[in-house]
Ligand binder design. Structure first.
Ligand SMILES: Nc1ncnc2c1ncn2[C@@H]1O[C@H](COP(=O)(O)OP(=O)(O)OP(=O)(O)O)[C@@H](O)[C@H]1O
Ligand SMILES: [Mg+2]
Length: 299
């Protein structure tokens, strides 16, 4: 069975998309088969990995992105997967093993305009279609917006694990707290639609510090987060093994640049491999984080 993981925080801009794209790339480089599902109508991960010209075509067509499985509903998830999504300028495949379920701006219509069958909610429709292709993958990752509205619910319901990106600030802690509350409510709401084949409802497995500036002491925000996590573990609102991951991602200009280049950081080239203080670089952070996430499941 593929490991299915959502990256979410109720706080926006903490680095969910940057983490998911670069961890997906690190996993693919380790030889894992990875499917990244974009559930954020902003389409940041899709535009990043497809680059604007390819993404524009799907956006203009109105079909071929995740909303098309709901409306007009002629296609299934398997039909819209973009295989080996990362391409060079001449269309050459740069990162075999990383596939994308893209989104476009019409995903916002899932929130209001779409009237599904209450007996078969949107998240069940998606999960069942995903199950049909799950065996093709080792990891299925869901990039969620900072809420648990309908689009996010598709990712949350389909996944068994949650990783929460945080920055060392008070708002990330508030976002984490809100997330856990909303998650609990959604699990109650959706419980009757779960089958044993789906595995456990998604619980927080880990928190990831992202965009940490050199020389900044994060001990206080880390301690506050650890205390909150302990409370949630005791209340069984987070996985018993949930922890703050040891690997943190440094703040690096190349992460921002990589978006414009349409590449994961690992493929950017010399700019990314330049060693920072201590002879290390941000690619190694993502690599270590991918390894830690692989490890985390084994414990
Ligand atoms: N390690 C990093 N170093 C430098 N900049 C970073 C890093 N991680 C993320 N950023 C930048 O921070 C901004 C927000 O990141 P990102 O879009 O990944 O956050 P998000 O949580 O997905 O946001 P949203 O809530 O809008 O989906 C982006 O400009 C991104 O390039
Ligand atoms: Mg995002």
């Amino acid at each position: 069975m593929a490991r299915k993981i959502s990256f979410i925080n109720y706080k926006g801009g903490v680095g969910k998309t940057s983490l998911i794209v670069n961890i997906a790339a690190a996993l693919a480089k380790l030889g894992k088969r990875v499917l990244l599902c974009d559930f954020d109508t902003q389409s940041n991960a899709s535009i990043w990995l497809l680059r604007l010209d390819r993404w524009n075509k799907i956006n203009a067509a109105g079909e071929g992105s995740v909303y098309s499985i709901f409306d007009p509903g002629r296609v299934k998830v398997r039909d819209i997967v973009v295989t080996d999504v990362v391409e060079g300028k001449a269309g050459e495949k740069l990162l075999p093993g990383l596939d994308l379920v893209p989104t476009t701006f019409n995903l916002v219509d899932l929130e209001n305009e779409f009237n599904g069958d209450p007996k078969r909610p949107h998240y069940l429709v998606f999960a069942e279609q995903l199950a049909a292709i799950e065996a093709n993958y080792d990891f299925i990752l869901f990039d969620c917006p900072p809420n648990i509205l309908r689009a996010s619910q598709c990712g949350i319901f389909s996944s068994n694990e949650i990783y929460v990106p945080v920055n060392p600030d008070a708002l990330s802690l508030i976002g984490f707290t809100l997330l856990v509350e909303k998650l609990y409510k959604f699990h109650q709401l959706s419980a009757s639609f779960r089958t044993s084949a789906m595995g456990v409802p998604a619980q927080v497995q880990g928190l990831i510090f992202n965009s940490i500036k050199a020389g900044v002491d994060i001990e206080v925000p880390k301690m506050r987060l650890q205390l909150r996590l302990n409370q949630f573990r005791t209340a069984k609102r987070a996985a018993p093994s949930a922890k703050i991951l040891a690997t943190q991602i440094r703040d690096a200009m190349v992460v921002r640049r990589a978006v414009a280049l349409g590449l994961p950081v690992a493929l950017v080239g010399s700019e990314a491999t330049d060693a920072g203080p201590g002879g290390d670089n941000v690619i190694n952070d993502y690599r270590r984080l991918a390894a830690e996430i692989i490890e985390q499941a084994a414990t």
